[in-house]
Structures are given as structure tokens and as C-alpha cells.
Design a protein around this ligand. Structure first.
Ligand code: FES
Length: 243
């Protein structure tokens, strides 16, 4: 265990935990856009920055979702410098995603209602990378990735084509914090729409339940699960409700 102070509160924390985890454990709110418990941290949005003073007296800004707690560390989550820098980051994000409801709401909570930076093509994607990490770490498909650099950075599948690795599970859509990826099941098909205009809609045939006739999951996803679990495809003839 290590002893540290966050916003004046003396705490004991398990070694190896990040500042963000420890702060969340005790109900201290640090804004985040790209961190979630079930997926490894990546440090994309930088909104979770905090100011630390280490035991040797040195101060610095760190991303709390990546930085592990240290013995004797003093953490400030809302110092003047932090608030100013977070507002700056939020202004940049607002310039990129000026029409994204979740971004506008988050910006408003930080006192940012308009951005001094030039608007950029009203992007939907905040580039948090959660969809990419969920696809890789949770599903094990690695069908999408973050490509290009700087202002051209985007989420895409190889060559902007429907990836063979994509099973249509929709994890990317479920985890997206700003609903930039949409998913609809209609007429026996699942359609996934990525935020990247260069990518066409991604379509999957849904499996029909042998008993109730309801379409319940993409056939490709069922094949993936059957293969991974070593179970026969015949186990998936019916939907979970009819099994
Ligand atoms: S939550 Fe830490 S960088 Fe996004």
C-alpha cells in the first residue's frame, strides 16, 4: 500500500493503481473521455490531467488514467493550472467536434461554450480510441485501428474496406462515448456506420432463431463465438430466449 494525498484527502492505495482509479474509488471526480474500467488506458483525450507533487518536491502535470500512485505523492485535480489546461483541451475538442452533443455538454460543464480555434469539418469522432481497443482487447478481432497523423487521424479498417476480421458484434458502437458509430438491425441485416466518410456502411446478415423467428445476432459473430469456444454451430440455432 502507498500513502498519498488527493485534493487534501489523505489516502491509502494499492500499489500499481492509477491516480484516476484511486480518485474514483473515493468519489473524486476527474473528467475523462477515453478511460473505462474494462479496457487498458491509452491517454488519448488528456482531459484527466492532474498536477502532482512528488515526495522529492518536484511538480508536474500527468494523465491520471496512466500514472500510477506513488508513496508521498500529493495530487491536485482542480488547481488553477489544471482548470486552465483542461479548458484549452476542451476548446480544441470543441473545434473538432462542434456538433457532438456529449462534447458540447462536457465543455459546458467546464465553462467552455465556444472555441477560439477554427472549426474543423464538424467531426463526429473524438479519437478516444475506445472502439479500437474494445475490438482488440475485448472481442479479439482487431478489425479497426487509428490511422494517419495529426488532423488526418481517424478510425478505419484496412484500406477503408469492410474488414474480414469484423464480425459485426457492434462493440465499437456500444463503447463509443459520443455515439459516433451507429448500428441498426433491420430486415435481417445489421448495418454499422463508421464516422469516417471514406468508409462505406458495414453490413452483416443476421441469424434467424429457429423457434421464434427473431433475428438475434450476426451470423459471422456466431461463427466467431462457436470457433472460439469450441462449440458446434448447431448450438446456436435458437436465440438465447428460446434455448
Ligand atoms: S481519460 Fe486519461 S487521457 Fe483520456
Amino acid at each position: 500500500m502507498v500513502s498519498l494525498t488527493i485534493d487534501g484527502r489523505k489516502l491509502q492505495a494499492e500499489e500499481g493503481k492509477t491516480i484516476l482509479e484511486v480518485a474514483r474509488d473515493v468519489g473524486i471526480n476527474i473528467p475523462t473521455l477515453c478511460a473505462t474500467e474494462s479496457i487498458s488506458p491509452y491517454g488519448a483525450c488528456r482531459l484527466c490531467i492532474v498536477e502532482i507533487t512528488r515526495a522529492d518536491g518536484r511538480k508536474r502535470l500527468v494523465t491520471s488514467c496512466l500514472y500510477p500512485v506513488e508513496e508521498g505523492m500529493i495530487v491536485q485535480t482542480t488547481s488553477e493550472r489544471i482548470v486552465r489546461d483542461r479548458k484549452m483541451l476542451m476548446s480544441l475538442l470543441l473545434a473538432r467536434c462542434s456538433e457532438v452533443k456529449e462534447v458540447k455538454e462536457m465543455a459546458k460543464q467546464m465553462g467552455v461554450t465556444e472555441s477560439p480555434f477554427a472549426e474543423r469539418a464538424k467531426e463526429k469522432c473524438v479519437l478516444c480510441g475506445l472502439c479500437v481497443r474494445a475490438c482488440q482487447e475485448v472481442v479479439g478481432a482487431s478489425a479497426i485501428s487509428l490511422v494517419n497523423r495529426g488532423v488526418d487521424r481517424q478510425v478505419a479498417s484496412p484500406f477503408y474496406l469492410q474488414s474480414d476480421a469484423c464480425i459485426g458484434c457492434g462493440s465499437c458502437a456500444y463503447i463509443c462515448p459520443v455515439n459516433a458509430i451507429s448500428m441498426e438491425d433491420k430486415g435481417g441485416k445489421r448495418v454499422l456506420v463508421m464516422p469516417n466518410p471514406e468508409m462505406k456502411k458495414v453490413q452483416f446478415k443476421l441469424k434467424k432463431c429457429k423457434t421464434c423467428g427473431k433475428f438475434w445476432a450476426p451470423e459471422k459473430q456466431i461463427e466467431f463465438i462457436a470457433k472460439k469456444s469450441g462449440t458446434p454451430l448447431t448450438d446456436y440455432e435458437c436465440c438465447p430466449d428460446c434455448r
